[in-house]
Design a protein around this ligand. Structure first.
Ligand SMILES: Nc1ncnc2c1ncn2[C@@H]1O[C@H](COP(=O)(O)OP(=O)(O)OP(=O)(O)O)[C@@H](O)[C@H]1O
Ligand SMILES: [Mg+2]
Length: 467
């Protein structure tokens, strides 16, 4: 049975007092906080020391098990895992930011946790990462000493206790100190250590964007971006990772983007860079079978990025087409209805319209026709293409790729399923006859392969290199 202590957990006091979470933090705030923290640490050390004098190891020292009273008293609560010092035991349960490594037993378990508390009052929760690389504590200590006016001895002692025997063994390559090759190799080691080729959705940990369809592969968030960075910094090759990307790029998930950063064009670029020219060209062909010319103009996901990539792969005619479409969208003023009064550029009214020519989308209903959005031949009201209803009804009639996508409206990157138009859906087979078969378009054939003459029998499926 333990007496009731009318106090507040140290963790709560820490949260309320910690100065670096306030935008207005001054040198004085830092000094006041440091004074309080050092005094509190001394009190806690005294309490732990008195336990040790009685032959008891507390075993679970952390800020939630330390109560502070208004009178300044410090009390340890929660003796669930306390042991006798002479047993030199190790606690089975502990807070991960304060848990001692296996080489500490008995009172050393408390001493380790106390050292973590000494750092933790200045760099809360940071000691939780130390089991990954314990010598890193030296850097953590330096940061604390640079930030707070804390007596260096307090931190140095804590660092020495935490590092133990590992302190001298591994110097960490630090930015601003180590050379570029050292830093680069250290980062590469970490990247390789974090790779998970057995996973299907992503190869490297990264931005949450990689969990969008195809995001684990693309240049912006996925494996292509990491491989590009490794290659650009003179590292590699990494055949296993490249194989991972090539295999998955061949069967992109539904909803994958086509763009330079968000999709297949960027992956094609990186595959080409890494020497996989055939995979790269195949992927560009897959993209070209989509209605890529109706995508938005953006570099990340649209025509400007796609145009650059087409230029890179020697598809100059198509690159110029992309450039023309972008230029038209940017440069041509809206055609104004004779009945409606002329409006200044930037006042085109269209619900949820993308920015088109000189028009700015507004929330009022569409009343005008815009010559540049969508592209003139579609002839739709400016901005009206961006409604899911239109996209669905059109695709049902025409067998467009939106039929296979449930993610977004026609014209949005998420609409353009990479499997659309490539022969994987019933309707798209009709739209894209097998290369070499009667009715196939010459533009969908590779060099050396052309559509069969009308009336001739089509070649067996699979014999055409373009199918
Ligand atoms: N002797 C005590 N006097 C006053 N409050 C106490 C006392 N013991 C526990 N408490 C209150 O109960 C809360 C939880 O107590 P305790 O630390 O024993 O359990 P726990 O942290 O939930 O469990 P565990 O740490 O075993 O997972 C404390 O934060 C404190 O507010
Ligand atoms: Mg507790």
């Amino acid at each position: 049975m333990q007496e009731f202590i009318d106090g507040t957990p140290l963790q709560r006091r820490l949260v309320h007092r910690y100065p670096l979470t306030r935008a207005t933090c001054t040198e004085r705030d830092l000094a006041e906080y440091t004074e309080w923290a050092v005094e509190t640490l001394e009190e806690v050390a005294r309490a732990v020391g008195s336990l040790h004098e009685r032959g008891v190891v507390f075993g679970d020292l952390h800020p939630d098990n330390i109560l502070l009273t208004d009178e300044g008293r410090v009390a340890l609560i929660d003796y669930e895992v306390a042991t006798l010092a002479e047993d030199r035991a190790r606690a089975a349960l502990a807070h991960p930011a304060f848990a001692a490594p296996a080489d500490r037993q008995g009172v050393d378990v408390d001493r380790y946790a106390l050292a973590c508390l000494r750092l933790g009052l200045f760099a809360p929760q940071c000691t939780i990462m130390l089991p990954l690389h314990r010598p890193k504590v030296t850097h953590l200590g330096e940061i604390v000493k640079e930030t707070f006016p804390v007596p260096h001895g307090v931190i140095d002692e804590a660092v020495a206790t935490i590092a133990g025997g590992e302190r001298a063994t591994a110097a960490t390559s630090m930015p601003g100190v180590a050379s570029w090759p050292e830093l680069r190799d250290a980062m590469a080691t970490a990247i390789v250590a974090a790779a998970t080729p057995a996973r299907d959705d992503r190869l490297f940990p990264g931005d949450v964007g990689q969990f969008q369809p195809g995001g684990g592969l693309n240049l912006a968030h996925g494996a292509a971006g990491v491989l590009f960075a490794l290659h650009s910094t003179g590292l590699g090759p990494f055949p296993e990772y490249e194989r991972w990307l090539r295999e998955r790029a061949r069967r992109p998930v539904q909803g994958s983007g086509l763009g330079l950063y968000d999709g297949l064009h960027g992956i094609a670029y990186v595959l080409g860079l890494l020497g996989h020219q055939e995979d790269a060209h195949d992927l560009v062909e897959v993209c070209l079978r989509e209605k890529w010319d109706r995508l938005e103009s953006a570099l990340i996901s649209g025509l400007s990025g796609i145009g650059l990539n087409l230029l890179h792969f020697g598809r100059t005619d198509l690159a110029l087409r992309a450039a023309d479409i972008c230029a038209e969208r940017l440069g041509t003023p809206c055609q104004r209805s004779a009945a409606a009064p002329a409006r200044a550029p930037g006042s085109c009214t269209a619900p949820r319209a993308p920015r088109c020519c000189s028009c700015t989308p507004t929330s009022t209903p569409a009343t005008r026709r815009c010559s540049t959005w969508p592209p003139p031949r579609s002839g739709r009201t400016c901005g009206a293409a961006a409604t899911p209803k239109t996209a669905r009804s059109r695709s049902t009639r025409g067998g467009g790729c939106c039929r296979t996508s449930t993610r977004g409206p026609r014209g949005s990157p998420s609409c353009w399923s990479a499997t659309c138009g490539t022969g994987t859906t019933r309707r798209s087979r009709r739209r894209w006859p097998s290369c070499g078969s009667p009715g196939a378009r010459a533009s969908s054939c590779r060099p050396g392969c052309s559509p069969a003459a009308p009336g001739s029998s089509p070649p067996a499926r699979g014999t055409c290199p373009n199918w």
